[in-house]
Design a protein around this ligand. Structure first.
Ligand SMILES: [Zn+2]
Length: 145
């Protein structure tokens, strides 16, 4: 198998594995190779030296795109945490017990938050109870040993 650097007629770069160069030609002519980004079958082989087509302008665009995606993730995370904090009942250290009671329908079904040790979280998950650690909240006392 050999790997080829490919690009579609919209300049989306991607890679493809082929048995041989002839394989690529046959599949490309048959329209069997489609760009994973836009689905175009107008695919051509690129020079395989990895950095031949890299232009500094493109690199900068890629980098700023990454930054804005990271910011969006941060904003989403913050929103998510705010949502969780305002839509859950704080049960503190009773969390593992209360989560279990809700799961087994011994307690009214609702969203709760609280603290649990890694061990307690592991036990809850083993019982099939879905719990989730919220990043950015104060560390659990059990973790500070
Ligand atoms: Zn494309």
């Amino acid at each position: 198998m050999i790997v080829f650097d490919l690009a579609c007629d919209n300049n989306h770069p991607f890679e493809g594995w082929f048995g041989s160069a002839d394989d690529f030609d046959l599949q490309a002519k048959a329209g069997d190779i489609a760009c994973p980004v836009c689905g175009s079958v107008g695919v051509t082989r690129q020079l395989s030296a990895p950095y031949v087509n890299t232009r500094s302008g493109n690199r900068q665009a890629d980098e700023s795109q990454m930054v804005s995606v990271a910011n969006a993730a941060q904003a989403l995370k913050k929103k998510f945490i705010e949502h969780v904090l305002s839509h859950t009942e704080d049960v503190g250290h009773r969390f593992p017990k209360e989560a279990r009671r809700i799961f087994y329908k011994e307690s009214p079904e609702r969203a709760i938050r609280g603290t649990a040790s890694n061990q307690e979280v592991g036990q809850l998950k083993e019982e099939g109870i879905d719990v989730m650690a919220i990043p950015g909240t104060p560390a659990f006392p059990e973790k500070l040993h």
